[in-house]
Design a binder for this molecule. Sequence first.
Ligand SMILES: N[C@@H](CCC(=O)N[C@@H](CS)C(=O)NCC(=O)O)C(=O)O
Length: 205
Amino acid sequence: MGEKLLLHEDPRSGNCYKIKLTAALLSVPLDTRRYDIMKGETRTPEFLAGINAHGRIPVLQVGERMLPESNAACWYLAEGSALIPDEPFDRAQMLRWMFFEQYSHEPNIATLRFWCRFIGESNLSQPQKAQMMPKRIAGQEALATMDRHLQEREWFVGSAASLADIALYAYTHVANEGGFDLAPYPAIKSWLERVPSLPGFVEMA
Ligand SMILES: N[C@@H](CCC(=O)N[C@@H](CS)C(=O)NCC(=O)O)C(=O)O
């Protein structure tokens, strides 16, 4: 990986953590530049024009080029490594769980964590308050699906950790901060204990 890598991030974000964890597991050097999303620092004209027109972190800067979307950045870092399975069906299964994470997991579990831990329930707008219960139910459904899958296996795909585990670990291990009780999901709890044993593992800030 010849070009310099810079992660535009807010260290409280699980989406940013996925990329830092991938880089750490692969011993890839990564510089970081911090933004405070609570202060709208990813919505400034400079950020929108130069970093990400969608106004969000994480963005992985590769030389002069910008790569938004956490899972795309993880893929870029892990290309050719053991974190992406060689076998085509397994590789597609890994993507299946990464898409699941973005559609069924992160919008519910990460959003409730953000609302409960960082905004505070009493400061939520009426539409946000109305979304809390549907998101809680959908988040529990995602956790139940993960738990059923993990009852049969140690890792999401094949017999080793892959980007699917990294993507899903980021917000599952802090799901309690969004008010999710993991007690009903014993297979998830065992898997959460397994991930930190990976060589090079780093904690979320
Ligand atoms: N699908 C995107 C989600 C990015 C995202 O939602 N980023 C949040 C922080 S985790 C953000 O930048 N929020 C600030 C804002 O919307 O102003 C990814 O996986 O990278």
